[in-house]
Design a protein around this ligand. Structure first.
Ligand code: GLU
Length: 524
């Protein structure tokens, strides 16, 4: 008879949620949602030295950000210690566990002796069947017992949903400690008692837990509980084929979030780590994943964290959003760089409307009042933002890219890229200056400053002077953006608007000699 699906995600709050943990959480969540089961959250906070409330909060924050909603109340393992110890006592009473009075140094000596004789050491259960009076005498000597689980002779065999059949000889499993001599429960006991009490039907966790599972099975059996189904997820490796860790750069979900990865892309990318979709599809929405995910399609071989693929997928998810949605998500990244302010969004449309008119209506080519280094009146404009996003979206792999690639849309404070200066200004500075002057003068008298008009100016000038359009386009891009490449020049000129373009062309004329000198220095 199949049980109703109840899975749990059991992170330890000892640091930021690692990509590997989030992966485990996600596979549990997808499985629960696909099977219309329950996804439970258990905070394994028994390591008081390393667990901190701020890391618990960080787990909630990341799960919420990833859209991994959980069912039922969160279980805090640390609040269940009495229950764990109570179950251990029960195991002693039913003869499935025993109090062991060996001192650590005595055990050490026994292990050494066994090793010297070429035997492997297993606890000889010397104290398993002592009388109450004997126990009292030992305690009077100052000995404090641990509680050990009795591992029966034979084999431990289970069928893992991903790894297939696993078999280990029980001689390799010592009667392990479930309660320390200070009365606190050990991880194995806490996990199994909680899994039993939470009626967990499937334990889905990383492959590094397989040896724990062979122990846990004995605890489930000793407690008389039904075994959950086990599924051990493949290891995630860095591109150097070593287990993914801090060494590989960002290792926690929040670091990717802060670097401008979208929650949908993180979910999509992590879902592909170990899950073979059965076809070539790689882009999945959350809804599709919830529909299609299957534990039976998870492979057991290690899986590699391919950052380039992650970036590509992030770009795909960026492309799937509307300009409006993207602006909302990209704005905090622009704010972080000081490129946009904190105005209430409701005021933006009006601001933009009036400010755009000011900028576009300024035919003098000399925008006034640029005290803060920003293109006047443009930064807060909502319509302006929409145009900028529309131009950048195809080029941005992360939300942070909007602030890097789009910097020149929001501030005049940018440097001229030395390589761009060497290539497009330095080879013929006088001729380039002359072309910039021609452009500036034509732009300044344009009545309608749109893409067609801008393109028309550049095509006309090239024809008139027997030059190629590129001979205007490249130097002009460097002057307006500081960069060698970027969105279509005609479009970005139209979006920046006449006043800003004329002003930046003037500025380029002023700074060209210095920029050329600096670019030469940078090369040397
Ligand atoms: N707290 C354990 C960890 O973070 C998970 C234990 C389990 O899933 O059974 O690795």
């Amino acid at each position: 008879m199949s049980r109703s699906v109840r899975v749990r995600f059991a992170p330890s709050p000892t640091g930021l949620l690692h990509i590997g943990s989030a992966h485990t959480g996600l596979f549990n969540w997808l499985f629960a949602r696909k099977e219309k089961g329950r996804f439970l959250l258990r905070i394994e906070d028994t390591d008081t030295a390393r667990s901190r409330q701020e890391w618990v909060d960080a787990i909630y924050e990341v799960l919420e950000w990833m859209g991994m909603d959980w069912d039922e109340d969160v279980v805090y393992q640390s609040r269940r210690i009495e229950r764990h110890v109570d179950r251990a006592r029960h195991l002693v009473e039913t003869g499935r566990a025993y109090r062991c009075y060996y001192l650590p140094e005595e055990l050490e000596a026994k292990k050494k002796e066994a090793l010297a004789e070429g035997r492997s050491w297993r606890n000889d259960r010397r104290y398993a069947d002592i009388t109450a009076a004997e126990a009292e005498a030992l305690e009077a000597e100052g000995r404090k017992p641990v509680i050990r689980l009795k591992i029966p002779e034979g084999k431990t065999i289970f069928r893992d949903r991903i790894l297939g059949e696993i078999e280990v000889g029980n001689e390799t499993i010592d009667d392990f400690v479930i309660v320390r001599s200070n009365g606190t429960p050990l991880y194995h006991l806490a996990v199994v008692v909680d899994d039993v009490d939470m009626e967990v039907s499937h334990v889905i966790r990383g492959i590094d837990h397989v040896t724990n599972t062979t122990k846990h099975i004995h605890l489930f059996q000793a407690l008389g509980a039904e075994l959950p189904e086990f599924a051990h997820l493949p290891s995630i490796l860095g591109e150097d084929k070593k287990k993914l860790s801090k060494r590989h750069g960002a290792a926690s979900v929040s670091e990717y979030r802060d670097a401008g990865y979208l929650s949908d892309a993180v979910v999509n990318f992590l879902s592909l780590l170990g899950w073979q979709t059965g076809d070539d599809q790689e882009f999945f929405t959350r809804a599709e994943l919830m529909e299609r995910f299957s534990l039976d399609q998870v492979h057991k071989r290690d899986t590699v964290f391919d950052l380039r693929k992650f970036e590509w997928l992030n770009g795909q998810h960026i492309m799937a959003l509307s300009n409006e949605e993207l602006w909302t998500l990209a704005k905090p990244f622009l704010k972080r760089e000081g490129l946009v302010g904190d105005r209430p969004s409701g005021s933006e449309k009006t601001d933009c409307h009036s400010e755009r008119q000011t900028v576009d209506g300024n035919t003098s080519g000399q925008p006034e009042g640029q005290t803060d280094g920003r293109p006047k009146g443009k930064t807060a404009g909502h319509a302006y933002a929409m145009e900028v996003v529309a131009l950048l979206r195809e080029r941005c792999r992360t939300l942070a890219d909007f602030a890097v690639q789009g910097r020149f849309f929001f501030t005049d404070d940018f440097d001229y890229n030395s390589k761009a200066v060497r290539k497009h200004w330095a080879k013929e500075p006088d001729a380039v200056s002359e072309r910039i002057v021609w452009l500036r003068d034509e732009f300044a008298v344009l009545e309608v400053f749109d893409v067609e008009a801008v393109e028309g100016v550049i095509r006309d000038l090239s024809e008139r002077h027997g030059l190629k359009a590129a001979q205007f386009i490249h130097p002009c891009r460097v002057a307006l953006t500081g960069e060698m490449a970027g969105p279509s020049l005609f479009h970005l000129v139209a979006v920046l608007g006449k006043a800003v373009c004329v002003e930046r062309l003037n500025r380029a004329l002023d700074r060209l000699p210095d920029a050329i000198e600096q670019a030469a220095v940078n090369q040397g």
